[in-house]
Design a protein around this ligand. Structure first.
Ligand SMILES: Nc1nc2c(c(=O)[nH]1)N[C@H]1C(S)=C(S)[C@@H](COP(=O)(O)O)O[C@H]1N2
Ligand SMILES: [Mo]
Length: 513
């Protein structure tokens, strides 16, 4: 037998294929187990979620900037690629040093088990999917690689190799079928979707007034003043949307209170609910960005819930926790003053969509989402800023997150080519809970002109604006700045989103034909 470079390379390729196919079958059966016993314990999601929590904030900022709301797909693809490379190397290692590759795959499975177990809200079977993934990939790898080894001093012959290929391809094929099966099983266990679809929310004891007729300017390309749920931006750290059955949901209010309160879904719905139109914005929104939207929320005032529990006068913060362990620290005064800080159950006339926090989330006018808008909320701990810190605060974002005065040009779009003559410049302006008094626009750094402001729904919502413009041919730069209800003009000083929100004037360049 000759062992030339060619046959060594082929041997490495076979070993790598064995590693890939073993890992594929293992992960697929792990995913299948997760889909059947505990969807959130998916080995894939568990490892991805661990990476999200461990990743430095800058990496998250880059991910949001590059992929926007698609950052999760990018992350999952990244994990799949890394896993495939590790599996192929594990195959090669196993061939060279018996037990080495198996140890690598086994260690990955162990990590998946441990991370699934320490995850907040993990169920009794959280350990199973990682264990299945680890065990199956180790056993399959050992079996496949054994077929490449000489038996009784005889190098594997043609027949042995044929059998090796058959087994390797077979394992991969079963893996693919199991993956498809796990995604079908996931679909079949969508009972929380079914519960949501069947739900009828009570009508509000205090309905919101109709949106004023003049609030919607109806200009093509301009954001609608009320954002449809399907278009509402989504930002969270959850790789798999938490599926919280209202029947299992409760809210616990504890900490610096006179008496602990536990509220069930039935009890919450029996309370007099109020409706409020509130604009929610993400602190990661860049100047001119789209991580902002307005909805008509239905919910119960947080203020009333806190009053039931009786708040210690020394407290200054409420730490809200979600079913998946996310936390936000909200200044107590924003939850006890007369603003519409809500435990929301409804969004634009329907139960909260799953990805927006079903069954219950917080919404607090005037604060960025990361310090206030906890989705899938299950706990409110009354505490102090010097005693507890929240998810993003421990990752370099500022402790308090009041929304900054901002405005945006929606029409024309950057780079848009428009015809000379009558045109319109239009956009949005906001500073929730303070309100907008005016918007100014300038073209090519000329004089500032007052735009026409649409009717505001309230100080808690954004407002549309427009300015007629006689467009002359050539390249133009359009800028806008808002003035708030306290007469303060939006600053020209640019700031990046970190640590407390982007600022500066939005600037759009267009070409007029
Ligand atoms: N449970 C949970 N709630 C969360 C978050 C999260 O990561 N997990 N992100 C917050 C952030 S940063 C924002 S901007 C808002 C976004 O809410 P939306 O996705 O409904 O638009 O949710 C907040 N609530
Ligand atoms: Mo956010």
């Amino acid at each position: 037998m000759t062992h030339g470079a060619g046959s060594a390379r082929r041997d490495r390729l076979r070993s790598a294929a064995a590693g890939l196919s073993a890992a594929l079958l293992g992960v697929a059966l792990g995913e299948l187990a997760a889909a059947l016993v505990e969807p959130a314990a998916s080995p894939f999601a568990v490892i991805g979620g661990g990476l999200i929590d461990l990743a430095p904030s800058w990496a998250k900022d880059v991910a949001i900037a590059l992929f926007g709301t698609g950052d999760k797909v990018a992350l999952l693809t990244g994990i799949a690629i890394v896993l495939a490379v590790v599996a192929a190397l594990a195959g090669i290692a196993e061939r060279r040093w018996s037990g080495a590759g198996a140890a690598v795959l086994g260690a990955l499975g162990a990590v998946a088990v441990v991370v699934a177990l320490i995850r907040p809200g993990s169920g009794p079977f959280a350990w199973l999917p990682g264990l299945v993934a680890g065990l199956v990939s180790v056993i399959v790898l050992r079996l496949l690689i054994r077929r490449l080894r000489p038996v009784a001093g005889l190098a594997p012959d043609h027949e042995d190799r044929r059998r090796f290929l058959l087994w390797t391809a077979g394992a991969a094929a079963v893996g693919l079928v199991a993956l498809i099966g796990s995604s079908l099983a996931r679909g079949a266990t969508r009972s929380v979707e079914a519960v949501r679809a069947a739900l009828r929310l009570p009508s509000p004891a205090r309905p919101a007034a109709a949106v004023p007729a003049g609030a919607e300017l109806d200009i093509p390309g301009l954001a609608p003043v009320v954002t449809p749920n399907a278009e509402f931006y989504r930002i969270d750290t959850a790789l798999i949307v938490p599926r919280v059955d209202p029947a299992d949901w409760s809210l616990r209010i504890h900490g610096m209170v006179d008496r602990e309160v536990v509220l069930t879904w039935e009890e919450l719905l029996a309370l007099p609910l109020v409706e409020a139109d509130v604009t929610l914005a993400c602190v990661s929104n860049e100047v001119g960005g789209s991580l902002i939207g307005t909805a008509r929320w239905l919910g119960y005032p947080v203020r009333e819930m806190l009053a039931r529990a009786g708040v210690d006068p020394d407290a200054d913060m409420v730490l809200s926790t979600s079913a998946d362990g996310f936390t936000a620290s909200t200044p107590l005064e924003a939850l006890t003053d007369d603003r519409d800080a809500l435990l929301a159950v409804g969004m634009n006339g329907e139960p909260l969509p799953l990805e927006h926090g079903f069954p219950v989330r917080m919404v607090v006018p005037g604060l960025y989402g990361y310090v206030s808008a906890t989705k899938w909320v299950t706990q409110l701990e009354v505490t102090r800023f010097d005693r507890a810190a929240a998810y993003w605060t421990t990752r370099g974002w500022s402790e308090r997150g009041p929304v900054k005065l901002q405005s945006r040009i929606d029409v024309p779009r950057p780079g848009q080519r428009i015809d000379a003559g009558d045109a319109v410049i239009a956009g949005m302006a906001w500073q929730q809970h303070t309100g907008i008094e005016g918007v100014e626009v300038r073209v090519d750094e000329g004089p500032w002109q007052r735009a026409e402001l649409a009717a505001a729904i309230s100080a808690d919502t954004w407002v549309q604006w427009r300015l007629p413009w006689t467009a002359e041919s050539g390249a133009h730069t359009i800028e806008c700045r808002a003035v708030n209800a306290e007469g303060e003009t939006q600053t020209a000083d640019r700031a990046a989103p970190v640590p407390d929100g982007a600022q500066g004037w939005h600037r759009v360049e267009v070409t007029v034909a």
